[in-house]
Design a binder for this molecule. Structure first.
Ligand SMILES: Cc1cc2nc3c(=O)[nH]c(=O)nc-3n(C[C@H](O)[C@H](O)[C@H](O)COP(=O)(O)OP(=O)(O)OC[C@H]3O[C@@H](n4cnc5c(N)ncnc54)[C@H](O)[C@@H]3O)c2cc1C
Length: 463
């Protein structure tokens, strides 16, 4: 068997792994990256990018069918038609373009990339099973970045036809007439809303008492209202039991059974670490449940074995994986770094969008005692009105004693783009006075952030 020697071996070319490899290459470390599928991982091929492309297409299609909103700005249209196969081809072209870009960046950084499944032999070597034959790779540092995969329900195994994971739902070439979404976390909600806007009759089935259960109810109420406007039926405290011939059987909170019409069922109940067949048992790693346990440096319990991204558990987000990947490469190159979880934005690209950075009021109170909270609604924001969407608000949470910002949250159209300002405030240790003293451009949605800080300081201007 061929043997390849390197300083850093990265297994998995998703956002965690490819960023780790690029940074390691840029820092002059001899780096090999092994990827089983395609560079870019779940995020680029079956996650962040394809879902946001479909959400954009759904928003565009839906905007043309909202006569009240269109009439208000003087537009009348005849009914549009949608060629969904073309939508999917457009989405695939974006993915292909970005994937080519990742390949070029790896090459530019001097990374040796191999396509094939890697199995770990020990903490210093692995075998890549490539089309061209097996290759043994010996390294000084092993970075595990194998990501995650959709979790099935025992009662509803994926069949690739009707019971789908998000991966297959994002590849449908026809909009189903009826769709049941099992699981009202962010993936189920984003895709469920998008398919409703594309014309599917959607039912959401959630075991907990409300949608987006990991977000606080104040933030999710506008999303629930929009769901109702879109005609999406939501069954909470409900359990999906079985599926046959276009019908999903569901048990309600009292145990009574109902049937939901569903040409397709999207099961979005979570993702699990992708470690099957990796050879993890060859290492003596401490685990955190099904995930690899890491410390603040993303170091595992074995020296010079690192793990990053979804394989290390929540929050399973592409930007967290990338930040860990960049950090690990720099640590291997000799830098002193540690990961700070305080300012990781989490976004639901629902309608309206939801952004959470840092601590919610309850958690802030529990951790820091007395707090200040400022909420500014978009109905008092001129830009939101001109965009015909003034639902939602920005909320800032700060310590009462020194005014240091602990969290910023928002719900509203387009608030995902405000997340950078929120994260920066937390990352820089901003106080309310820093946000209040920053000149925010007018008219923009970001003025709601400014005003939330003014409000927390007891001196609002526009409300
Ligand atoms: C529908 C959907 C929407 C999402 N939207 C967002 C979003 O808007 N924002 C966000 O931040 N996150 C989003 N995510 C989550 C995001 O995709 C993940 O957090 C991110 O991809 C994790 O990156 P990773 O590098 O850890 O793993 P992955 O992206 O899962 O990449 C791991 C890679 O490792 C490869 N691999 C696995 N085992 C082996 C092996 N043995 N040998 C070689 N290669 C191997 C896989 O083929 C894969 O390419 C979404 C996910 C889904 C499913």
């Amino acid at each position: 068997m061929n043997e390849l020697r390197c300083k850093v071996l990265v297994i998995g070319g998703g956002p965690g792994g490819y960023v780790a490899a690029i940074r390691a290459g840029e820092l002059g470390l001899d780096t090999v990256l092994v990827e089983d599928g395609q560079f870019g991982g779940a995020c680029l091929h079956v996650g962040c990018i394809p879902s946001k492309a479909i959400i954009h297409a759904a928003d565009a299609a839906h905007a043309l069918t909202e006569p009240l909103a269109l009439n208000a700005i003087g537009l009348t249209l005849t009914a549009p038609t949608l060629d969904f196969a073309k939508t999917i081809a457009w989405k695939d072209a974006i993915v292909a373009r970005l994937a080519t870009g990742v390949g070029a960046l790896l090459k530019k950084a001097g990374v040796r990339s191999l396509r094939g499944r890697a199995t770990i032999v020990d903490g210093k070597s692995a075998i890549a099973h490539a089309d061209t034959g097996d290759q043994r790779i010996v390294c000084e540092h092993l970075v595990i970045a194998t990501g995650s995969e959709p979790m099935a329900l025992e009662a509803l195994p994926f069949d690739g036809e009707d019971v789908l994971s998000s991966t297959e739902a994002l590849a449908l070439t026809e909009v189903p007439k009826t769709l049941a979404v099992v699981g009202a976390g962010y993936i189920g909600m984003e895709l469920g809303m998008a398919f409703a806007k594309l014309g599917a009759r959607v039912t959401i089935v959630e075991a907990l008492p409300r949608i987006l259960p990991l977000y606080d109810p104040e933030l999710t109420q506008p999303v629930a209202r929009r769901l109702a406007d879109l005609g999406v039926k939501t069954l909470v405290e409900a359990r999906a039991l079985s599926f046959a011939k276009g019908a999903l059987k569901v048990a309600g909170p009292d145990g009574s059974e109902t049937t939901v019409a569903a040409d397709k069922v999207l099961v979005a109940v979570g993702r699990r670490a992708r470690t099957a067949g990796l050879g993890l048992e060859k290492l003596d790693l401490a685990m955190a449940g099904p995930f690899i346990r890491v410390d603040a440096r993303s170091a595992t319990s074995m020296r010079n074995v690192w793990a990053i991204g979804d394989v290390t558990g929540e929050p399973m987000l592409a930007h967290r994986a990338m930040a860990q990947g960049e950090m690990v490469a720099e640590i291997i190159a000799g830098a002193r770094r540690a990961f700070d979880h305080r300012a990781i934005p989490s976004i639901c690209f629902t309608d309206p969008e939801v952004v959470v950075v840092g601590l919610a009021p309850e958690a802030a109170k529990a951790a820091h005692g007395e707090i200040l909270v400022g909420v500014f609604p978009f109905f008092a924001n001129g830009r939101a009105m001109t965009l015909q969407d003034d639902e939602g608000f920005v909320r800032i949470v700060a310590r009462a004693d020194n005014h240091v910002v602990l969290g910023v949250h928002a719900v509203g159209a387009g608030v995902s783009e405000l997340s950078a300002a929120f994260a920066l405030a937390l990352e820089m240790g901003a106080r309310l006075e820093d946000v209040a003293g920053t000149i925010h451009a007018h008219p923009t949605l970001s003025e709601a952030f400014h005003e939330s800080a003014l409000k927390a300081l007891g001196k609002p201007l526009h409300i």
